[in-house]
Design a protein around this ligand. Structure first.
Ligand code: 5GP
Length: 173
């Protein structure tokens, strides 16, 4: 059977959400040393759209998490596949993530980033999926809450497919 793609957010809707987030971030971090740390690979399009809408200067870095074991059984242990390369000590850091689902990845990455003694660390996620949340994580900036379903497009993949789609879809296999 061919997988079904059910539209969740159009490119136009995403554009409005990202503009709104960029406006809030630009205002909140005015005059500060802000480093955006995006989580690979899913956040790559979100980050590139977000930075171009900011009205303040920022530094950019990438981080990559990988999980041991099965995420489906919710006992997947997280490890780093790519460390940060920018010195964030004393800086304000904004962790830019595509989706917060169980919260385990963000929880792990926040602890990791805090070990470098930044001035502050906050989270910006395009999509918040609270349904499967296991760890309470502070997400200061959320584009949109989505109740459930596996999402693809706008950087989000399923087995490396669908990242190129300009909108976000619910993938029904
Ligand atoms: P968490 O640790 O919060 O469960 O997982 C966050 C990561 O799982 C996200 O960075 C994303 O890579 C992946 N993820 C969670 N939900 C989805 C989804 O609906 N679609 C895709 N493509 N990835 C997801």
């Amino acid at each position: 059977m061919t997988p079904e793609l059910i539209p969740v957010l159009s490119a136009e809707e995403i554009d409005l959400l990202v503009s709104d987030l960029a406006q809030r971030i630009s205002s909140d971090y005015q005059g500060r040393d802000l480093v955006l740390v995006a989580v690979l690979k899913g956040a790559f399009i979100f980050l590139s759209d977000l930075v171009r809408k900011l009205t303040i200067p920022v530094k950019i870095d990438f981080i990559q998490a990988a999980s041991y074991g099965s995420r489906a059984t919710s006992c997947g242990q997280i490890r780093l596949a790519k460390e940060i390369g920018v010195d964030i000590k004393g800086c304000d850091v904004l962790l830019v993530e595509d989706i917060v689902d169980t919260g385990l990845t963000i929880d792990y990455l926040l602890d990791y980033l805090r070990s470098f003694q930044p001035r502050s660390v906050a989270v910006c996620a395009l999509i918040d999926k609270p349904e499967r949340r296991e760890r309470e994580v502070p997400v200061a900036y959320v584009g949109r809450g989505v109740e459930k379903g596996f999402l693809v497009g706008y950087g989000l993949d399923h087995a490396e497919d669908y990242r190129h789609l300009p909108g976000i879809f619910h993938l029904k296999l």
